[in-house]
Design a protein around this ligand. Structure first.
Ligand SMILES: [Zn+2]
Ligand SMILES: [Zn+2]
Length: 421
């Protein structure tokens, strides 16, 4: 992998002039195409026949009961407080004629969606962007409807833990897909569960000198200001700590708002209405963040991470392994390197910035990307020499590492045990 050329060394697009996004004049393709003005003001009456057309026709209003759910309160117009949305069976039970959800019509006449209103389905259907996150999709939908993300998500009956783009249980996925007019597979694609479960491993390393943060960020997201400007949505992979640069624009991802410095959450739980590409704290546009060109090595590391997400075969420490094993190995290599570097206390922060995360990867990269096991063992011996302490890994700890790293650790241990520090 070491000699592999970079992802875009030859066909990279020409660099935009410094300080100005090259695409600032690019129309927001998705925003423009997916919710034209006409559909935003479509009335509920207009919507009703539409539900029986279209590619994702479903029986939104008819009497498909959900007998497994707890019965809603008897009050006709107020949804259960925990779940802001009634099931279709509710309408049937209270005797409302099929296809005439009068509360929904009232709700759509008002500018926003009141959280306690009945909501049978949304008057618009936005197409999910390629690689978009669920939180981003909800934010865009809320913006198109003229409401706040929190109002929308509570109206959809989602809890905060269900809007964080990590995973959604199948029953909720099915229900939300109907309400949003999407296929369940489209909802799945907005979540991190589309990747291998290894990506979703939220545990810290089982090691006393472990990384002081989860492998995936549970809430915060990075962003590329130029991607936000061009596409108008947030990419799910910006949540992953090892995705540090933008593949398209060859710049570092940003972690903080350029105006107020706050981190950005990907949970569609904001209590006020902002454009989908503005800061959740100060509401100023994140597209104004100053781009910083990423060096080729950093982009190669991000590219290697993207290849693991695509589950392409890969190597670690010179051993060919499946992508999920390699991903675990990346994390463990960082833990080994940081243990031997003894700087683990300095970075006990909740959120690694793109620069910090790539720095950790860069330091572990000689082990991760070693061309063969002998080179990997040499790297580890070099780290041990600098460590100048007794062997730090117990047999139990070593047994938690992936096989290639275990082989190399055992190798070095054998030599180290004979010599001592
Ligand atoms: Zn970008
Ligand atoms: Zn801000």
């Amino acid at each position: 992998m070491g000699a592999r050329p970079g992802p875009h060394p030859t066909h990279a697009p020409p660099r935009p002039p410094p300080g100005r996004p090259r695409t600032s004049r690019t129309p927001r393709r998705l925003l423009a195409a997916d919710h034209p003005r006409g559909t935003r003001t479509r009335s509920a009456r207009d919507r009703l026949p539409r539900q029986t057309q279209g590619p994702h026709t479903r029986d939104h209003l008819g009497g498909r009961g959900r007998r497994s759910r707890a019965p809603p309160p008897r009050r006709r117009t107020v949804a259960p407080p925990a779940l802001g949305l009634p099931t279709p069976s509710t309408a049937t039970r209270v005797g409302r004629p099929p296809g005439v959800p009068h509360r929904t019509r009232r709700a759509t006449r008002s500018p926003g969606i009141a959280g306690h209103e009945r909501l049978m389905n949304l008057p618009i259907r936005l197409l999910p962007g390629a690689g978009e996150s669920f939180g981003s999709y909800l934010r865009r939908t809320a913006h198109a409807l003229g409401t706040t993300p929190r109002m929308l998500t509570t109206s959809l009956g989602l809890t905060p833990g269900e809007t964080n783009s990590l995973l959604l249980d199948p029953a909720t996925t099915h229900r939300i897909a109907e309400l949003l007019g999407l296929r369940t597979s489209e909802i799945d694609d907005l979540h991190a569960t589309r990747w291998h479960p290894t990506v979703l491993d939220l545990r810290l390393l089982g090691h006393p000198q472990r990384l002081h943060r989860p492998w995936i960020d549970t809430l915060n997201t990075r962003f590329c200001p130029w991607c936000l400007d061009e596409n108008g949505y947030w990419r799910l992979e910006w949540r992953l700590p090892w995705i540090c640069t933008c593949d398209d624009h060859e710049i570092w991802l940003h972690d903080h708002c350029p105006h107020c410095g706050s981190t950005q959450r990907d949970d569609a739980w904001a209590p006020r209405a902002t454009t989908p590409v503005s800061c959740l704290s100060c509401a100023k546009p994140l597209t104004e963040a100053t781009p910083e060109e990423a060096d080729l090595d950093a982009r190669r590391r991000t590219y290697a991470g993207q290849r693991l997400l695509a589950e392409e075969d890969s190597t670690i420490a010179g051993y060919p392994v499946p992508a999920d094993t390699a991903l675990r190995g990346w994390r463990q290599s960082i833990a080994i390197q940081r243990t031997l570097q003894r700087d683990h206390h300095r970075h006990s922060v909740e959120h690694w910035t793109a620069h910090e995360a790539d720095r950790a990867l860069e330091q572990a990269w000689p082990l991760i990307d070693a061309p063969d096991p002998a080179t990997a063992a040499a790297v580890l011996r070099r780290w041990m020499l600098a460590y100048q302490r007794p062997w730090p890994f117990s047999a139990a700890q070593v047994s938690t590492f992936i096989l290639p790293l275990r082989h190399i650790l055992d190798d070095v241990r054998a030599i180290w045990g004979a010599r001592g520090p």
